[in-house]
Unconditional design. Sequence first.
Length: 346
Amino acid sequence: MLPQVRYWFYRVSTIIRSIKTLYTLSPEKVRAFVESYDVYNYDWKNEEELIRSFGASYYKEIKKRIIDFYSVLNHLCAIGQIEKMYIPAAMDLSKSITANQKLFEQKMVQDLGIVQGAKVLDIGCGRGRIASYVATLTNAHVTGINIDEEQLESARRFIVGHGLSEKCQFHMADLNDIPFPFPNASFDAIYGVGSFTYAKDLPKIFREIERLLKPGGKFAVLDWIRLPNFDASNPHHADLMRRIKPLVGAIGTPSMEEFAGSLKGAGLRLLINENASIDGLQAPLIENTHQFFSRIKRGIEFLVRYKLMPAHFKVIFDRMTKDGEAFIEADRLRLVTSSHYLVGQK
């Protein structure tokens, strides 16, 4: 089968599988997904508020809601071009979101110096699509960790179907449960894409990454941060932040200085500290994603109105697509970005 034909066969089968899963969601699962968005009204820095809302063992409830969030969102994302569950850095505006994801991942692989046979760790691997692409590009051995068993099962099915079972492994693990279940100096390279907003303690996790890296090993992260233009005392800025965090799935919102400082504080040498998007703007790709899912939403509304789809499809698509305009505006105002890129070396 030709590569392009194989790709479209895979995409169609993935979309059908995701729609079937969404079609059979129970009322309890739909309710848990919608209610999970509330977790993004909080920030790790304000622990007192978390304790007031959820009690001293707040992390147990936070973790449950994150899993509730991703157990549905991963299927919604799989319908479009964000099956990898992140909007990439805008690297070539003439190309699709999927192509920009590959361009970024190719850059990351090069910056990390991943070679054949290298041992690589993917923190927050989701459905394992980035890990699979890294293994395909480099012939390295990639281990992915994630807290959602449903996504891990999707990752395992994918590698079996693509002949990567010898190159990729996926394990249930929480990035906040330190130490990770690996010996010292286990990996030649470690990376995370869009996962470190879930780190309660960035300095602590970066120290753990330093422990896991072999001497000379490198670490890369593409993630969400607030930029110097953001002013928490500005009501409009604060409102945009409040609306965006649930959309992008962000709890922690560190500054550029906090992110880079945590990496250097762990003893890693900072090699790259930049916004990986052209001119520092992701807005064209965010707009592309928002427009795609808005069109899908309108189609869903039509089908639900005429009882050709269950009513809960409208509920979950309404929640998923809410406030996309806020993200686009904040990106153009350079208040926040989810394409800040760091590379460090042990």
